[in-house]
Design a protein around this ligand. Structure first.
Ligand SMILES: [Zn+2]
Length: 131
């Protein structure tokens, strides 16, 4: 069983430092929608891009999802709730016209950083005055 916490996980920190090195600035563990307490791990407010980094165990990654044998029912419900909450967060952000980017902790952080950088910079350009 992992002692991994819900925030400041290693893959999350890795992605953040890669993004920072690329000159991107963002908010960490921030609630993008004022009327919702749902948080995203990395948030670009101007570009309206929210990044979620999911731990494979806690968010039931399709590749690495494991089911603890002890207290099986309790874990089942807990993990299902996490997945459900992810879905709600995704939906709430999409409703407010946010772009939601989601990554698994097993994904290559460089590749994830490429995707985030590309989307954030593209969104930034759209916001530039046309003059
Ligand atoms: Zn995984």
């Amino acid at each position: 069983m992992s002692k991994q916490r819900a925030r400041d996980t290693k893959p999350e920190k890795e992605l953040r430092s890669l993004l920072h090195a690329r000159g991107l600035r963002y908010r960490v563990d921030y609630s993008p929608i004022p009327q919702s307490r749902r948080r995203a791990d990395v948030v670009f407010t101007r570009a309206r891009v929210a990044v979620l980094v999911h731990g494979c165990f806690w968010h039931s990654c399709p590749v690495h999802s494991t089911k603890p044998k002890a207290n099986a029912q309790w874990w089942k419900e807990k993990l299902e709730r996490n997945v459900e909450r992810d879905h709600e967060t995704r939906q709430a952000l999409a409703d407010q016209e946010w772009t939601v980017l989601e990554f698994w902790e097993h994904e290559d952080p460089q590749t994830a950083a490429d995707v985030v950088e590309h989307i954030v910079r593209a969104a930034g350009r759209q916001e530039m005055p046309q003059t």
